[in-house]
Write a protein that binds this ligand. Structure first.
Ligand SMILES: [Zn+2]
Length: 338
């Protein structure tokens, strides 16, 4: 257990049955490439190998992909991101010792009133889904081969019980439902750090509802152990200074956490200069259904092989999405200057 790329015989058998029973998983479907065996294995594991439960989950996911219009999610622009970050500092920052992308959230500044002033839950949901699509098809593929999960650090330093009022809980429920229903098994490890004294009461109430496999991945860490515990799993240079590491991405930033949390440091940035220009890079990816899925094939490969684009069929390469993406311009030409 642990790695979705490891497909057991039992899982392979369930995946075979899924493909028999669900037309969207068959080669004639435009969704076929999205639903490769590793992708389906996530759902099999999330439903503990119970075929009927997996079928329900996958069917719901397919319906959601359509209703939510995930095929077009990369068009979405979350213009309020900087304001959103002021109440919800978060971001990807570095990789852990295994090679997994590290995602960090800090809750102390959560202010649900302000959050609802600057944006809506619908827009947050779109931003969240877009973030998951980038994780699956852009961050994982440029990490070490076989990396299909991330490491999450939830920093509760300075959090009070009142931080989690009903509207903040509504927001947290929304994002956790998107994650568990549609992006299962993307979590490799979770560190809940700087936990306040009331946390054990809350956690004990929540524990029975957390699946055992997920519970095994959660490490609850008190303030005095944060540095020692995180450095067991993460190298100093990959960990922000506010969590005990030595990284301060933007020394000019008045708050170090925002410097690191908005830097998007990681191999996705270092190996592909264009990636950091998200508007260019993300439009490169074409998702499923309406606009074909050739790009996904290529994003599953190491960065170097992205240049092997002649293998893309002429018909597909002419697609508007591919050209807009700049799949060609950014992968075959020097990075664009802005
Ligand atoms: Zn940093």
């Amino acid at each position: 257990m642990g790695d979705p790329t490891v497909i057991t015989e039992a899982s392979r058998e369930i995946i075979r049955k899924l493909r028999e029973q669900i037309p969207e998983l068959q080669p004639t479907s435009p969704l076929y490439i999205r639903f490769d065996d590793v992708y389906l294995n996530r759902f099999v594991r999330a439903r503990q190998y119970k075929l009927n439960d997996v079928i329900i989950m996958v069917n719901n996911h397919i319906q959601w992909l359509r209703e939510f219009n995930v095929a077009d999610i990369m068009e979405f622009r979350f213009e309020e991101l900087e304001q959103f970050r002021t109440v919800y500092p978060h971001g990807y920052h570095g990789i852990d010792k295994v090679g997994r992308p590290i995602y960090i959230e800090r809750y102390a500044k959560m202010n649900a009133d302000y959050l609802h002033k600057i944006t809506t839950l619908d827009r947050i949901a779109k931003y969240w889904v877009r973030g998951y699509e980038i994780l699956l098809y852009q961050r994982f593929p440029v990490c070490r081969p076989g990396i299909t999960q991330s490491t999450v650090i939830l920093d509760l330093a300075g959090v009070r019980l009142s931080t989690f009022d009903s509207r903040a809980r509504e927001f947290l429920r929304l994002i956790s439902k998107i994650s568990s229903d549609n992006y299962p098994e993307t979590l490799g490890a979770m560190f809940i750090v700087n936990v306040p004294s009331f946390f054990s009461i809350v956690y004990n109430v929540a524990k029975p509802f957390i699946p055992p496999e997920t519970k095994r991945k959660i490490h609850v860490v008190t303030a005095k152990n944060v540095k020692a515990e995180l450095l067991k799993h993460i190298d100093q240079d990959q960990l922000p200074a506010f969590l005990g590491g030595e990284c301060v991405c933007d020394s000019n930033s008045t708050t170090d956490d925002r410097g690191c949390l908005s830097s998007d440091k990681g191999p996705w940035r270092d190996t592909m200069p264009d990636l950091h220009d998200k508007d260019e890079f993300v439009s490169c990816v074409d998702y499923g259904e309406s606009r074909g899925s050739f790009a996904i094939e290529h994003f599953h490969t190491p960065v170097g092989t992205l240049t092997n684009l002649p293998s893309v069929t002429e018909e597909k390469s002419q697609r508007k999405g591919a050209q807009r993406f700049g799949l060609f311009s950014c992968c075959r030409s020097p990075p664009r200057k802005h």
